[in-house]
Design a binder for this molecule. Sequence first.
Ligand code: MBD
Ligand code: FE
Length: 282
Amino acid sequence: MTSTEEKATAAATGASATERFRTDKQHTADTSPERVSLLARELLEAVHGIIRKHDVTYPEYDALKAWLIQVGADGEWPLFLDVFVEHVVEEVASATREGSKGTIEGPFYAPGSPEFGAEATLPMRDGEPGTPLVFHGQVRAVDGTPLGGAEVDIWHCDDAGYYAQFAPGLPEWNLRGRITADADGRFRIHTIQPAPYQIPTDGATGALIRSAGWHAWRPAHLHMKVSAAGYQLITTQLYFPGDPHNDDDIASAVKPELMLDPRPAADGHGVDVEYDYVLDPA
Ligand code: MBD
Ligand code: FE
């Protein structure tokens, strides 16, 4: 790395994730004062209970305060919350859905990626490092109807674990794209296999992970949002068998239904994976 190259620091990644959240997401909920009171009170009571149960000291209280301040300074609230909390929100939100399993979105989605037809190669650099991956499948409704024109909005990190727009030096839309399925709901995406992802170790989230003696890894994964007019959008991820962290993902986002079954590619270069999605009516 040359001295002019910016490094993928936790603070730079966090600042990008925080900015994305502020730009893309709704920041208010239709929550009554009674419900705000209930949720805030029970959260605080849970904290009080832990302090009493474990005789938390003033030095520990001040260390917590300093750490919370640093999470904000590093822009890591999106990272911290998505890694440690979002999986339960997703579990509750999807409890009554019948179709394909979803899982967490995480902090690195960027809306508005380039659009492609049913067979496409994701934007990538010349000689993009990594194992070639062909990912294909079909989008159907729960009743089996193929959903022609469904959209697969896919994003993933590169072979070094970096996400475009959240690490410096990558083309804006590297390994991100929106694929429109054909009339039969089928799609075929040419990309490379993502690497396992390590949470930035030099920020506040990394400091907690280190202090607690945890590891910082997510298994290799593809992210996608799959949608079709008149159906519920699903946000999900797909995983590769054999990854050492499939069983202890730091973000608790792996489900058995989301495991791919890679085969050698027909042309002998890289791997071929097939996955079909089933969407619930809106
Ligand atoms: C990721 O790549 C990710 O998917 C999540 C959920 C959290 C941190 C990094
Ligand atoms: Fe990810």
